[in-house]
Design a protein around this ligand. Structure first.
Ligand SMILES: *Cc1c(COP(=O)(O)O)cnc(C)c1O
Length: 412
């Protein structure tokens, strides 16, 4: 990759607007809130345009490198990211009376989830800023992406996950070189341990929104989606919301794209999807609050959205309200049924969190929150194959002649 022009002007506190210098290591702002990367968009606008972008050979999100904070090409840590496909789901749309339904399938990224976007940027920037040790709490996919990108960057990684995190995630993190710890608590308990170990271990804390660059990586979902749809954003985006990095990142992307003259002022309705067993954002949205209360006794099979408290809660809620979107909770039962239905209809295996967006889309159509003519995009955030599947298969005795009647009965 060639050197490229970069445009980061400063970092900004998302709550107070206070400025912080770029090119220095930062965690949260002094107010304890997430920092956002700001760019000289006027200067950027003179360098990139839609036509030139269309001619670039690079397919994955590094094709938007001028919109990203990494200064030097040598610090770009890449595992061969692809532009994830937008897959139409015509059978599901037909079944539920909608004109169209699209799924952005993020499971195609390295480490099998969209966490690759955020951690690719966080690790590249950590390398650029001289970090040698990173740590984070994780429900699985973020830790896997951290482990992979950090190992590739020559950075050591430590991950702390709830002890019921899916085994495949735990083993993946260890295989990719992380020090892995299983904690008898939830992700916020894991986050506390990272905080306690930071000083003594010399860790840079890569927790969701506690460093400024994962948002920039997740932002590329919005840029990529816009480009794939011919710079016409959809009417609604259903996003499985844990820490909300992707929802906040896409909302930021749309503002930057408008400033660059790539899109007009129309925006999709941003829909935050949570599990009924852990729905702090839905609750806060219903109550008209600016911040969410910590959810007690969080439980859901959708581990990626089992986040009882999100430090960027006010940014998630603001994007939902500014976009005239909504927040919606779905039961685990509905998630399981939706995932099974979608795989059967469309042949695409969703992860539980992706299935939650399909369950929410169905519910929103049924309740009238979404009109059948609204073009919706669901985010399938991880590859379905990472998750346990129900037992299947009928046994056959190969020492007997094939019994056609039995086969017909088994498939009936
Ligand atoms: C992390 C994760 C989420 C939540 O993403 P945020 O942007 O942090 O809200 C949803 N699903 C899966 C599979 C995840 O790994």
């Amino acid at each position: 990759m060639q050197e490229f022009p970069t445009f980061t002007s400063h970092l900004e506190c998302s709550a107070t607007g206070a400025h912080y210098p770029a090119d220095a290591l930062h965690g949260l702002s002094q107010a304890g809130k997430p920092l956002l990367v700001r760019y000289d968009l006027e200067a950027m606008r003179r360098v990139i345009n839609r036509d030139e972008l269309a001619g670039r050979a690079e397919r994955g999100f590094w094709r938007y490198r001028e919109m990203l904070p990494v200064r030097h090409a040598a610090n770009v840590i890449s595992l061969g990211e692809v532009a994830t496909p937008v897959v139409p789901a015509p059978a599901a749309a037909r079944l539920h009376g909608a004109s169209v339904l699209l799924v952005k399938d993020e499971g195609r990224l390295p480490t099998g989830s969209f966490k690759a976007r955020g951690l690719a940027l966080a690790v590249s920037m950590a390398k650029e800023l001289g970090v040698t040790r990173m740590a984070m709490p994780t429900n699985g996919n973020a830790g896997a992406a951290l482990a992979a990108y950090a190992s590739r960057a020559g950075i050591e990684s430590w991950v702390f996950c709830p002890d019921d995190t899916p085994a495949v995630n735990v083993r993946e993190m260890a295989a990719a070189g992380a020090h892995v710890y299983l904690v008898n608590g939830l992700i916020d308990d894991c986050g506390r341990l990272v905080g306690e170990g930071k000083a003594g271990m010399g860790w840079f804390d890569a927790s969701t929104l506690k460093e400024p660059y994962r948002i920039e990586g997740k932002k590329t979902m919005g840029v990529e989606l816009a480009e794939q749809l011919g710079w016409q954003l959809p009417d609604a985006i259903f996003y499985p919301t844990g820490g909300g990095t992707g929802l906040i990142g896409m909302w930021k992307a749309f503002a930057e794209l408008e400033a660059l003259g790539f899109i007009d002022s129309r925006r999709p309705r941003m829909v935050a999807v949570q599990a009924a067993g852990c729905a702090p954002i839905v609750h806060a949205w219903q109550q008209g609050r600016e911040h969410a209360e910590t959810w007690q006794d969080a439980r859901t099979i959708a581990a990626g959205i089992r986040v009882p408290a999100a430090i960027g809660d006010f940014l998630i809620l603001r994007a939902i309200r500014d976009s005239h979107g909504f927040a919606i909770a779905v039961e685990d039962e509905a998630i399981i049924r939706a995932g099974a239905e979608f795989a059967r209809l469309e042949g695409l295996l969703l992860c539980p969190e992706g299935a939650a967006t399909y369950a929410a889309w169905r519910a929103a159509l049924a309740s009238g929150q979404l009109r059948p003519d609204e073009r919706a995009v669901l985010f399938n955030c991880a590859i379905g194959l990472k998750y346990p599947l129900p037992a299947a298969g009928t046994r056959i005795d190969c020492r007997q002649p094939l019994d056609i009647a039995a086969l017909t009965a088994a498939t009936a």
